[in-house]
Design a protein around this ligand. Sequence first.
Ligand SMILES: C[S@@+](CC[C@H](N)C(=O)[O-])C[C@H]1O[C@@H](n2cnc3c(N)ncnc32)[C@H](O)[C@@H]1O
Length: 392
Amino acid sequence: MTPAARTQAAIELLDAIIASARDGGPAADTLIARYFAQRRYAGSKDRRAVRTHVYDAIRSLGERPASGRAAMLALAKDRPEIAETFDGSAHGPAPIDAKEPAALPGVAPAWLMDALQRSGLDRAQLIALLDRAPLDIRVNTLMGSRDDALAMFEGAEPIGGTVAGLRLPADTPVERSPAFEGGLIEVQDGGSQIVTTVAQVAPGMTAIDLCAGAGGKTLSLAALMGNDGRIVATDTDRARLQRLQPRADRAGVMIVETRLLDPGEEAEALADLKGAADVVLIDAPCSGTGTWRRNPEARWRLTSPRLERLVATQARLLDLGATLTKPGGSITYIVCSLLDAEGRGQVDAFLARHPGWVAEAPVVGSPHGAGARLTPASDGTDGFFVARLRAA
Ligand SMILES: C[S@@+](CC[C@H](N)C(=O)[O-])C[C@H]1O[C@@H](n2cnc3c(N)ncnc32)[C@H](O)[C@@H]1O
């Protein structure tokens, strides 16, 4: 592909990503994969270059742009080599008209910037939300040690604050490595590993991972429990939950059972586990403002009504967690968002609704309200809020 054709491809992809963000369609990565699956003539260098254009544009624009062309015009303003590709050639974009509007640079939509600033993030922390995420893995201590894995990956470095985390050079082909195929490692952000330790699970416990998804944190819990005890992993998303068991098998995890929940009828499906859990982990569905490093277009998707629905679901899941916890047991509440409505405020509201419960300050990240927070700027991880709650 010529440089102009690469710019045109980025414009087309950005049009699809903008529409998908507006209409609740697939993620940018999925759309990029589909686009190139239909264009086999594009080589790996073309694909990489187009992808870089697309993500550079997404990262640089806070508000959802009007079109892919407006987004690429914004990039072209500071990058003469991109401006030159608007050359009207056969497969390239039409020349730039001086009066054409370009999208405006920014970190996030104005309403979200306000909400994040009110949640205590300063400008440097806001900008760091859009850094490029590093490649982190968790060593499965059921299969081997961190030193075993260190020896298998050139340039690997332990992640501070984790017991089994390693940071790898970008582009390390992790999923094709023998360590991955043999279950010694999983791809997992260092922050995810750190917040899971707040649950303080131990061998022999009964844990409920209420929003287990495909099991990233479930497998962490199982390793921390030494594969001894019981973990009930639940979710309302069948496709995600179905991915958990094969991952558990690969990781040698024997103590997990999965249970699919119907939205709104979670309590009925868990009636037999009332008061049974030493630990309930609630890795709640959230706006994902802490994971923009990986999904920067997510900030074009979020709306205020969607955030309100998420906050209501989180409150309902916390109340359900309280019924599942045994006397003296605890809830660990996690969101990969830095909005107080989903974190600090959510926990304050829980404590007000449940006078018998107290918050125990987690010893990770920085204290934030009754919990703690990790941020890309301060911790070099995705952004998280985590709190540990116990029936007094
Ligand atoms: C942040 S993700 C969980 C990620 C997962 N724990 C991990 O570490 O990979 C939140 C999950 O909550 C699930 N969820 C949404 N509503 C739910 C509900 N009412 N009950 C249980 N899970 C729900 C979503 O399907 C999603 O998988």
